[in-house]
Design a protein around this ligand. Structure first.
Ligand code: DC
Length: 220
């Protein structure tokens, strides 16, 4: 039986889900569960095993062997892959690209959804992803579909990379975002879509604090 208060935030890549969810978690003293990081850890495992992103059959087999778990250290989510803290390796384009393919494989989803539900069962959580309100936590207390235009999301990513002094091509980033959206929204299993009872929040012209305020108001 579920005893925790659950907030589900879904939406496309770059909408600001993790930034917003982290702030809400801090404000409300909830645990933040970043499900994208779990898919990324699985992707890292598959890359290390030399699996091709499009080889769904091998992904289905090999994902069974991966031991993924979550710990919280100083309030930060740490993803452990076979006991190793892999947080530092998850935010690369290579891993994101593999995750976008491997997350379409049902065996991968089943494994990670089970882990996500366990985390939400007893604790108060704010969980972000693509299928949280629709599949993982259909009974969540508050559901938000957080989005922003592709151009806005591309610009945010571009500025983020510039800040880190990494090479960035705005046009290419926007193209990648549109492609990733398409894959996330058109895959057969648990595609990204707004749950019927989710509240739509478009952050294109909102500040981070305005979005946080809007969602915490929904919880009240
Ligand atoms: O949010 P992110 O970029 O870290 O997610 C990485 C990939 O994982 C992305 O292609 C979508 C997928 N994902 C998913 O299918 N379901 C989730 N609940 C979270 C992420």
């Amino acid at each position: 039986m579920r005893t925790g208060y659950n907030i589900a935030i879904d939406g496309p890549a770059g909408a600001g889900k993790s930034t917003i969810a982290k702030k809400i978690a801090k404000k409300m003293n909830f645990i933040y569960v970043d499900t994208g990081a779990m898919y990324r850890a699985m992707a890292l495992y598959l890359i290390r095993k030399g699996i091709e992103p499009t080889d769904a059959k091998r992904i289905s087999e090999v994902c069974q062997e991966a031991d993924i778990s979550i710990e919280y250290r100083d309030g930060e989510q740490v993803v452990l892959l076979d006991g190793e803290d892999v947080n530092a390796f998850l935010r690369t384009e290579e891993v994101g690209n593999m995750a976008s393919y491997s997350s379409t494989v049902p065996a991968v989803r089943e494994k990670l959804v089970e882990l996500q539900r366990k985390l939400a069962e007893k604790a108060d959580v704010v969980m972000d992803g693509r299928d949280i309100g629709t599949v993982v936590l259909p009974d969540a207390n508050v559901k938000v579909y957080l989005t922003a235009s592709a151009a806005t999301r591309a610009m945010r990513r571009y500025l983020e990379l510039q800040e880190k002094k990494e090479a960035a091509d705005l046009e290419q980033i926007e193209k990648d975002i549109i492609e990733r959206d398409y894959r996330d929204m058109h895959r057969e299993h648990s595609p990204l879509r707004q749950a019927e009872d989710a509240v739509l929040v478009d952050s294109s012209d909102m500040t981070i604090d305005e979005v946080v305020e809007r969602i915490t108001a929904l919880c009240r």
